[in-house]
Design a protein around this ligand. Structure first.
Ligand code: ZN
Length: 80
């Protein structure tokens, strides 16, 4: 009876290793895509065309400006 119990334990250990490998294989596949980037979206200044992080830009009338000065000067005429 001792040998039979030993064989059962070996089977349980092999099953545990199989489940463990399956689990880690799944997590590795799930972690394959890189995490979402935390960089802020960039917006283009309507006056000078410089790209500025949206959190530092100033918005006016659906246009973005890099600074208060450029906001006051408005969009550059013919800037394309
Ligand atoms: Zn600007």
């Amino acid at each position: 009876m001792g040998l039979f119990r030993l064989l059962i334990w070996i089977a349980i250990i092999f099953a545990a290793i199989w489940v463990w490998r399956r689990f880690f294989g799944a997590t590795r596949r799930r972690q394959a895509p890189p995490p979402a980037e935390t960089t802020a979206p960039m917006v283009r200044c309507a006056h000078c065309g410089v790209h500025t992080p949206q959190q530092h830009a100033i918005q006016l009338a659906q246009r973005w400006y890099c600074s208060q000065a450029h906001l006051e000067q408005g969009p550059k005429p013919g800037a394309h």
